[in-house]
Design a binder for this molecule. Structure first.
Ligand code: GLU
Length: 419
């Protein structure tokens, strides 16, 4: 995000978070130096013809943080306030996330500075194709595999796959994940992040001996991720008491019906005038009394300004980086557990890995198999993080990052330094 005085710089935050953990694990200075830097970044100029005949030049990036454990992996984000520093931080976070889940990838992130809501479908397609062409030298099935992220979806992945394939001379489905099913996508990928968050909530509440039935849940953001969380949690018997979009939200302590919410949002584009619910701002939504708060929108939502007013018993990070470092410290002091993004929202990249494996093998699995394998990884990972946190008396975030960084450090060490 572009800076104003109140927004912490994402890259500085990511480095500070890394330094804290590196110190705690007594990581060697050599490895720290490698991981504090990103391997490679490409800035590209993306000229396209607009519908009115004018030419407009957009800026795009792809940042590759580290590939010690496998090819770079991470999403493509379209946002008007996107910065290079955001992408550096998000790429680093992907390295931790893939390592923690045990999928054999490193971390990357890319994107275009643009407001996709103001672009026509044709403009969006031309922008995506020209950007894909521009980053082609550094992506590839065994090099770097993009995926959807904020404001990108399976249609955009289909255009990326097509552009890469045409230029490559043959069909290359494994170049991106999060594609439509009929061009090599995986069953279960669309809902994977949301399903993973729901599994994480189930795991967290089990360990905390909270009854998942009737849990009062607040979800900030009801897009791809948030609405899938709402769907799975409703099926688990939880009570969704508040939801929001970027325009604001609604609250009903008795609970909101997921299907009615989705229908209302799809038809009207907002939650305004949703029956039997009180309108609230995104800020006040975060401060509602509830059992579980799921920030599933953008980064830096829980800050030192509002951390003391959070009344949730548990926070599960659906978005990447929704809690600032100061807020994290404060929540720790207040004994409000935070299940970190690299654990809670890893479902997306885990099923991306399954999609890539299926594409490479040209052999596709049924949805049950995908969901079972996803649950196994998430349960195993949660258990490992929980056990490590208990043993070393660490927060779940520090425990998760320590496990992830240790695996990468081991990979770097055993591979050695070239030349
Ligand atoms: N954008 C998602 C994330 O931040 C998914 C990345 C992927 O599937 O490669 O985890």
């Amino acid at each position: 995000m572009r800076q104003n005085a109140a927004t912490p710089n994402a890259w500085e935050t990511a480095l500070a978070q890394f330094d804290q953990v590196a110190k705690l694990m007594s990581l060697s200075v050599d490895i720290s130096q490698v991981l504090r830097n990103f391997d490679r970044a490409l800035t590209v100029s993306v000229p396209i013809r607009m519908d009115d005949g004018s030419l407009k030049v957009f800026t795009g990036f792809r940042v590759q943080h580290n590939a010690a454990r496998g090819p770079y992996k991470g999403g493509i984000r379209y946002h008007p306030e996107l910065t290079f520093d955001d992408l550096k931080a998000l790429a680093m976070e992907m390295t931790w996330k893939c390592s923690l889940a045990g999928v054999p990838f490193g971390g990357a992130k890319g994107g275009i500075v643009c407001n996709p809501k103001t672009l026509s479908k044709g403009e969006l397609e031309r922008l995506t194709r020209r950007y894909t062409y521009a980053i082609m030298p550094i992506i590839g099935i065994e090099k770097d595999i993009p995926a959807p992220d904020v404001n990108t979806n399976e249609q955009i992945m289909a255009w990326m796959m097509d552009t890469y394939s045409i230029n490559n001379g043959y069909c290359t489905p494994g170049i991106v994940t999060g594609k439509p099913i009929n061009v090599g996508g995986s069953l279960g990928r669309t809902d994977a992040t949301g399903l993973g968050i729901a599994h994480t909530i189930a795991n967290a509440t089990r360990y905390k001996k909270m009854n998942p039935k009737n849990l009062k849940v607040v979800i900030q953001g009801y897009g791809n991720v948030g609405s899938a969380v709402g769907k799975f949690l409703s099926e688990m018997g939880c009570r969704i008491v508040a939801v929001s979009s970027s325009k604001g939200g609604i609250y009903n302590p008795k609970g909101l019906d997921h299907h009615a919410l989705l229908k209302h949002y799809q038809e009207s584009g907002s939650f305004d005038r949703f029956p039997r619910a009180e309108g609230i701002t995104n800020e006040s939504l975060l401060e509602l009394p509830c059992d579980v708060l799921v920030p599933a929108a953008m980064s830096n939502q829980i800050t030192k300004e509002n951390a003391d007013r959070i009344r949730a018993k548990l926070i599960v990070e659906g978005a990447n980086g929704p809690t600032t470092i100061e807020a994290d410290r404060r929540l720790n002091e207040r004994k409000i557990p935070v299940i970190p993004d690299i654990l809670a929202n890893a479902g997306g990249v885990i099923v991306s890995y399954f999609e890539w494996v299926q594409d490479v093998q040209c052999y596709f699995w049924c949805e049950h198999e995908v969901n079972e394998k996803l649950k196994n990884i998430l349960d195993r990972t949660y258990e490992a993080v929980h056990a490590f946190a208990q043993e070393k008396k660490l927060s779940m975030r520090t425990a998760a990052m320590s496990i992830a960084i240790k695996r990468i450090a081991d990979a770097i060490s055993v591979r050695g330094l070239y030349p």
